[in-house]
Design a protein around this ligand. Structure first.
Ligand code: NAD
Ligand code: IPM
Ligand code: MN
Length: 349
């Protein structure tokens, strides 16, 4: 496992150290070769050198590594997020990682915030389209800084882009024995893009007659996620709605500190990152919960063909939560590093 590790900014650095610690422990116990290669791409590096991604950087990632692990990006000293756009969104776009795979699973009853529901009731996956939508950077300003200023930001969906993420969601459902796929959009207001999503979803669904295909507008989806999360197995949606729905999903898992994700393109190098951001106020304080990053490492292990090891990491995190060996956001009193150690101690590999 030769892994490009890009901790990034803020608590991204803190939680990545713990994810790498757990990967190293798993590798050592299982006799796997693990070679993390740390890359400095971050706000600090950008402010010092003016460089976000070095020339040929993504080409290097795609040719020379088995996977990429990223922490988080965002620093108050870079208010326009130029480095995050070029590193994080850059990786998603340049490497064409069209599947943003965001499992929403609650690992313990004590993490479930919904009255009358428990961990077993929160277990679904969101597939967020990851290369299009309002993230493509198409648009601009006119008469900037004047009273007549105009700003335009286009929301772009392509037939190919929509079809491949929708198909991926159905194929995942079929492979995992799931019975339902929900597509979520805002086609009542955004009629052109919505129409493309609607038609494509229906066409792809026809090839999967054994799977129930249904639709919810994104506002209704958010409401239903809170009202009764049991109804969901697989959700597929666009880039921005997927971003928002998975922060809500993170809350159903016990908070942003618990949520993991993979940015995938089958057959190519993939990138793994926790769902949360750089939470600058917690950077370096030992308060950041590393479990989202560690569960992200489990997704990486699974992706690289080590499902048993991935399950062991997840079980160790669940044991920590159950026993209160965790950071304060999930009911414990440990530091980031001690929570990482607690996972290592509970690893049954
Ligand atoms: P955030 O996810 O960084 O933090 C929001 C809040 O969630 C925090 O204040 C904290 O209370 C909680 N939180 C998040 N992660 C946690 C953890 N591991 N442990 C404990 N608590 C945690 O979101 P934000 O405050 O909106 O954004 C901060 C910066 O991060 C911004 O610059 C934003 O653009 C960026 N961001 C980056 C990514 C990414 O790199 N993938 C994702 C989201 C936000
Ligand atoms: C995420 C983040 C990013 C996104 C930001 C930092 C651009 O919120 O990965 O969820 O919106 O995709
Ligand atoms: Mn987000």
């Amino acid at each position: 496992m030769k892994i490009a590790v890009i901790p990034g900014d803020g608590i991204g650095v803190d939680v990545t150290a713990e994810a790498v610690k757990v990967l190293a422990r798993v590798a050592e116990r299982r006799g796997l070769k693990f070679e993390p290669v740390f890359l400095p791409w971050s706000a600090d590096h950008y402010l010092k050198t003016g460089e976000t991604v070095p020339p040929g950087g993504f080409d290097d990632l795609s040719r020379n590594y088995d996977a990429i692990f990223m922490g988080a990006f965002g620093d108050p000293r870079v208010p326009d997020m130029k480095h995050a756009a070029e590193i994080l969104l850059g990786a998603r776009f340049v490497l064409d990682l069209y599947v943003n795979y965001r499992p929403v699973r609650c690992l313990d009853d004590r993490l479930c915030p919904l009255k009358g529901f428990g961990a077993k009731d929160v277990d679904f996956v969101v597939f967020r389209e990851n290369t299009e939508g309002s993230y493509v950077g198409s648009g601009g300003h006119l008469k900037k800084g004047t009273a007549d200023e105009v700003a335009v930001q286009e929301d772009i969906s392509t037939r190919k882009g929509v079809e491949r993420i929708v198909r991926y969601a159905f194929e995942f459902a079929k492979k995992r024995g799931k019975k339902r796929v929900v597509m979520s959009d805002k086609s009542n207001a955004m009629r052109f893009v919505g129409d493309l999503w609607q038609r494509t979803f229906k066409e792809v669904a026809r090839a999967f007659p054994e799977i129930e295909a249904s639709h919810l507008y994104i506002d209704a989806l958010c409401m239903q996620m809170v009202k009764d999360p049991r109804q969901f197995e697989v959700i597929v949606t666009n880039n921005m709605f997927g971003d928002i729905a998975t922060d809500l999903g993170a809350s159903l898992q016990g908070g942003l500190g618990m949520a993991a994700s993979g940015n995938l393109h089958p057959g190519r190098v993939s990138m793994f990152e926790p769902v949360h951001g750089s939470a600058p106020k917690y950077a370096g304080t030992g308060k950041a919960n590393p479990f989202g990053a560690i569960l992200t490492a489990a997704l990486l292990l699974d992706h690289l063909g080590h499902p048993g090891e991935a399950a062991a990491v997840e079980a160790a995190v669940a044991a920590c939560v159950r026993e209160g060996a965790a950071t304060a956001d999930v009911g414990g009193s440990l530091t980031t590093a001690a929570a990482g150690d607690a996972v290592c101690q509970r690893l049954r590999v």
